[in-house]
Write a protein that binds this ligand. Structure first.
Ligand code: NDP
Length: 305
């Protein structure tokens, strides 16, 4: 659509988007998980445990791991954080993962990324038992997801679909566009939207899905078709209002630091004038990712108890 025509539509519609409150939904999800944890404990005496492995002293990773630890505590999930020096060898890290895989008191394992450059991330992640792979990164869990029989849903895409459904927004039959094709966000989100059933039923799946990436030509022509538009590319305020169909739902998955503030991949100001609903950054998708990690840890414990 030419910019003039977009501007005219915008003027005529004078829309201001509904803000989708990810923080509130994440709190509800965390409360549900806490109830599930207590129910499992009173039924079986088993308390779910998450083991987080942190290699090196990357400041952001330390904060993420600490936040996960606190979130576990609040949900009644036991957590173990194993901090290793930056010089840790691949053999030592793989040996630790083998020990955690064999420890029946540990139900979920995560390795905080990024790893120091000398460690092969794929080899490390592949060593986590698929039954304890609460990030759902392993080839087995990715395969199960793509066949529509997921063991664990990957945390960020799962959080996003929970958010939409709990806000009363169905994706079934809608034109969904996902911008970004990473293994942890874009691709699994595409896969989930394509399924016949989602985490919250058939309305939470069955979309017509298009995925864009850095090699897509005329990306705005594709984003303008979207009824539901997900953006996960790691480029601050990249999506502009003129790239959005009036009335679309826009989910901003990006988290970028711009000076001293956090911004998403969506230019909130221009897009919120066009969209019917939008997630803010912060307070949108971010809090949902940890909530779904807790959910998966409970689920992992339920699978073996
Ligand atoms: P990656 O860097 O792994 O992938 C980025 C993707 O975006 C790639 O597929 C890339 O295409 C595509 N891309 C990059 N630039 C453009 C462009 N100009 N136009 C179209 N596509 C483009 O990122 P992640 O998926 O890991 O993360 C994306 C964002 O989401 C980041 O801001 C990250 O911080 C955030 N994030 C937020 C989470 C949350 O909890 N809210 C969780 C995880 C991530 P190509 O493949 O062709 O290179």
């Amino acid at each position: 659509m030419a910019f003039d025509s977009w501007a005219l539509k915008r003027k005529n519609s004078s829309m201001s988007a509904r803000i989708l409150d990810g923080k509130a939904i994440a709190n509800t999800l965390r409360m549900e998980t806490a109830q599930g944890v207590e129910a499992l404990f009173s039924r079986t005496g088993v308390r779910p445990q998450l083991a987080a492995v942190l290699v090196g002293d990357d400041a952001a990773s330390q904060v993420y791991v600490r936040n996960k630890e606190i979130a576990c505590e609040k949900a009644g999930i036991a957590s173990r954080v194993i901090r290793l020096p930056v010089s840790t060898s691949l053999d030592d890290l793989l040996r630790l993962l083998d020990e955690l895989n064999g420890d029946s008191s540990v139900h979920g394992i995560l390795v905080q990324l990024p790893l120091p450059g000398h460690l092969d991330t794929q080899q490390v992640l592949d060593r986590i038992s698929p039954r304890k792979d609460v990030d759902a990164f392993s080839p087995e869990n990715v395969g199960l997801l793509s066949q529509g029989r997921a063991r664990f849903y990957p945390c960020t895409p799962h959080g996003v679909l929970q958010l939409l459904d709990r806000c009363g927004i169905e994706i079934a039959g809608k034109e969904v566009v996902v911008v970004g094709r990473s293994e942890i966000v874009g691709k699994p989100l595409v896969s989930m939207c394509l399924q016949k059933a989602g985490p919250r039923g058939s309305g939470n799946a069955n979309a017509t899905v298009t995925c864009c990436h850095s090699q897509t030509s005329d990306i705005a022509a594709v984003t303008l078709r979207a009824d539901i538009l997900f953006v996960a590319i790691g480029k601050p305020q990249w999506l502009q209002g003129e790239m959005v169909k009036p009335g679309a739902v826009v989910v901003d998955i990006g988290i970028n630091r711009l000076g001293d503030r956090l911004v998403g991949d969506v230019d909130f100001e221009s897009v919120s004038q066009v969209a019917s609903a939008i997630t803010p950054v912060p307070g949108g998708v971010g809090p949902l990712t940890i909530a779904m990690l807790l959910h998966n840890t409970l689920h992992a414990a339920e699978l073996t108890s």
